[in-house]
Design a protein around this ligand. Structure first.
Ligand code: NAP
Length: 323
């Protein structure tokens, strides 16, 4: 089995596995059904046993359901896990209805997260977005207060611009940026990734399969109840053209003896020492395949081919972040 390397998250930051476990899809989000609870807990525990210590959750994933799952999975083995939590999103009837980033709200959110997780400190705590409703100084300043109080170890941010990243980092050092990144979504290469690198901030890269587009399993049209139907890249002619693009990844995967998902994860992994693929896995059977992806190397020719074929803008229907 592939040994999972450890990296420092950001310059001299905490030591974490080079691949992270995204727990979001274990819980009902955006109207999906909850995964089998025993399987979810067993998956988290198998990930920890395999050397994946970075666990990603959010207080709004299933309205606390996801944190409760993580809490059960790490009971008695807190030291094995590095827990990353997002806050600030407000859901109602399975729909995102806004952000609450007020300091008084954040101080309330963290109490509930600590109880649900059954821990005294959250390793990485991050607003899920920033907006103009609350000055960024107040949002970041509140997390800095939580660090001072011992409730949080490190500050993270999620889905923000390069300017916002600089601003946040000037208020309190940012340890990690969580951001969508894949062969299908490379627009962050122009300024956000270089900014994170310059500032010594680790990159936690999610949606490596572009929500299944790069998995090789997707067919047009999608099932009527697929949540991806809401987004232009998965609709009508866009999806047909986008799946034609993915054919090259499928062919390369066949030739190399891997799956398209493995290549999609391996490509993100290959983008730098400071970049961690954060992969959703809701069942134990996913782990061997996705862990093996961390040992896949590309030749220079393969990388050139992928970069040309999946140049920014090659996937029709807008980017992950634009939607
Ligand atoms: N910061 C943010 O705004 C934000 C937004 C979205 C997600 N996230 C975080 O990032 C994590 C990953 O994001 P994501 O779920 O959007 O993307 P992803 O990792 O690309 O996962 C998408 C889907 O791929 C499936 N999958 C995993 N391994 C596979 C394999 N080997 N073959 C075929 N399919 C496979 C997963 O299914 P199963 O679940 O059935 O295993 C999952 O439903 C989330 O869990 C969450 O923690 C953060």
């Amino acid at each position: 089995m592939t040994t999972i390397p450890k990296i420092n998250l950001g310059n001299n930051g905490p030591l974490v596995s080079k691949i992270g476990l995204g727990c979001m899809r274990m819980s009902p989000v955006w109207g999906s059904q909850a995964n089998d609870e025993n399987e979810s807990i067993a998956t988290i525990q198998m990930a920890l046993d395999s050397g994946i210590n970075f666990l990603n959750t959010g207080d709004f994933y299933g309205s606390g359901h996801n944190e409760l799952l993580v809490g059960k999975a790490i009971k008695g083995r807190r030291g094995d896990a590095f827990i990353s939590v997002k806050f600030g999103a407000i859901f109602y009837n399975n729909q995102w209805i806004g952000l609450d980033l007020r300091p008084i709200a954040i101080k309330n959110f963290i109490n509930y997260s600590l109880v649900r997780l059954g821990v005294e400190t959250i390793d990485l705590y991050q607003p899920c977005r920033l907006d103009n409703s609350v000055p960024v100084e107040d949002v970041i300043g509140t997390v800095a207060d939580l660090i001072q109080d011992g409730k949080v170890r490190h500050l993270g941010v999620s889905e923000i611009t390069a300017d916002q990243l600089r601003k946040a980092n000037s208020i309190h050092p940012v340890t990690a940026l969580e951001i969508g990144y894949s062969l299908a979504d490379r627009q962050i290469e122009s300024d956000l990734l270089p900014t994170a690198k310059e500032l010594g901030i680790g990159v936690v890269a999610f949606a490596n399969t572009a929500e299944g587009l790069l998995s090789g399993d997707m067919k047009a049209p999608l099932a009527p109840d697929a949540y991806q139907n809401h987004f232009p890249r998965f609709q009508g002619e866009n999806l047909i053209r986008n799946l034609e693009k993915v054919a090259l990844l499928k062919q390369m995967a066949r030739e190399k003896g891997y799956t398209p998902t493995q290549l999609a994860i391996a490509w993100v992994n290959a983008q730098g020492e400071q970049i961690m693929p954060l992969v959703s896995m809701s069942r134990r059977s996913r782990l061997p395949e996705n862990i093996e992806a961390m040992s896949i190397a590309f030749t220079a020719e393969e990388l050139n081919l992928l970069h040309t074929h999946f140049a920014p803008g090659a996937i029709l229907g807008g980017t992950y972040l634009q939607r």
